[in-house]
Design a protein around this ligand. Structure first.
Ligand code: ATP
Length: 332
């Protein structure tokens, strides 16, 4: 089933929290929603789980069906007085399913989640990663077609987070799930999905592949949220782009008044050291820090300071160098 979010808006306490959110989400896939803290991610998922209502708009499936997602929360929300097994089967018990079937389904799901040996433990006897596996098992035992994951791994350490992301991908394929995964870590979103929606201030700003988001952010708000970039104020004046580090030709063919724009120069992938069509700026290398797979290079360009991640040993300290844009990187 394809899921459709049609013009979903929500107001709370006089504040507009979601503004006309439109998304269509394909069956049997992982869709990531990426946004800063307070952008409305949880509010949106609560609506998709039918825990809350939108002020306007609808959430439908094909044939106008009313789908309901099952949530997995950041803070697990396990029942502390129940064992792992009791937590997992809780949802089936209240559906009055037969005991033998409950046991069979629980055993199968615990095996998949690699938590069989934890069945008799209580939540406070589990690590964060184990608790999240139990929370996932509790959701999956209900055979959901739509799984809603609200920053499920943000309290886990980096290594475990990466492991859990791989696990989610495996589960998605095994159970043919549709997963909506909400996060404020872009690496998580990029690792999970080739379709990422950026939510800022309750508004979907862009839906794209990770590569397109990084290379061509839809606006300055998206570019700033994605971060790891230099931002230089400038403007188009006739056919020229004018800024403190680069003034020259652009393909902008505006007439009339000056148009403000910002040069968006990501640390990675925006600059070449060899000549291309857009000649760019001269800078002096004033700092080089080794950061593993590359060097963070500090460049003085007039009174501006620019940071770039360049291949190891590609520039020398205290030398001057010319840098070339791959294309004139402008955002509004
Ligand atoms: N009951 C409420 N009344 C008024 N404002 C609310 C209410 N619940 C949430 N908000 C506001 O709505 C906005 C969105 O909150 P929400 O929790 O959906 O964001 P989020 O992106 O999930 O944030 P985080 O990543 O920090 O969990 C925030 O500005 C929040 O303060």
């Amino acid at each position: 089933m394809t899921y459709y979010l049609n013009n979903i808006s929500q107001k709370k306490g006089g504040q507009q929290i979601l503004k006309k959110v439109n998304l269509s989400i394909n069956d049997n896939s992982i869709f990531a929603i990426l946004g800063p803290s307070g952008s409305g991610k949880t509010s949106l998922l609560n609506i998709l789980a039918r825990i809350d209502h939108p002020t306007a708009g609808t959430f439908t499936g094909d044939n106008e069906q009313k789908p309901k997602g099952i949530m997995v929360f950041q803070d697990y929300r396990l029942f502390p007085h129940m064992t792992v097994f009791q937590n997992i089967v809780f949802g089936l018990k209240i559906k009055k399913i037969k005991k033998a079937e409950i046991r069979q389904r629980a055993e199968r799901i615990m095996m998949t989640m690699e938590i069989t040996e934890l069945a008799k433990r209580y939540p406070d006897e589990l690590s964060g990663g184990q608790q999240q596996r139990v929370a996932l098992a509790r959701a999956l035992i209900l055979n959901p077609s739509l799984l809603l994951m609200d920053e499920p791994f943000s309290s886990l350490d980096e290594g475990l987070r990466m492991e859990m992301l791989d696990f989610v991908k495996k589960l998605q394929q095994q159970f043919k799930l549709t997963v909506i995964f909400v996060t404020h870590y872009k690496t998580e979103a990029y690792l999970l999905s080739n379709q990422v929606a950026i939510l800022i201030n309750g508004q979907i700003m862009q839906i794209d592949t990770p590569r397109k988001l990084e290379q061509t952010p839809a606006n300055l708000a998206v570019a700033k949220f994605l971060g790891q970039a230099n931002f230089i104020q400038g403007s188009f004046q006739q056919h020229q782009f004018v800024s403190s580090i680069y003034t020259g030709d652009s393909d902008f063919r505006g007439t009339g008044p000056v148009k403000e724009a910002t040069l968006y120069i990501p640390f990675v992938g925006s600059i070449q050291l060899a000549t291309t069509a857009f000649s760019a700026f001269n800078g002096e290398i004033i700092g080089i820090t080794w950061i593993g797979d590359s060097e963070r290079v500090t460049i003085a360009v007039g009174s501006e300071i620019i940071y770039l991640n360049l291949p190891v040993d590609s520039v020398q300290i205290n030398t001057k160098k010319q840098f070339y844009f791959k294309r004139l990187p402008v955002v509004y």
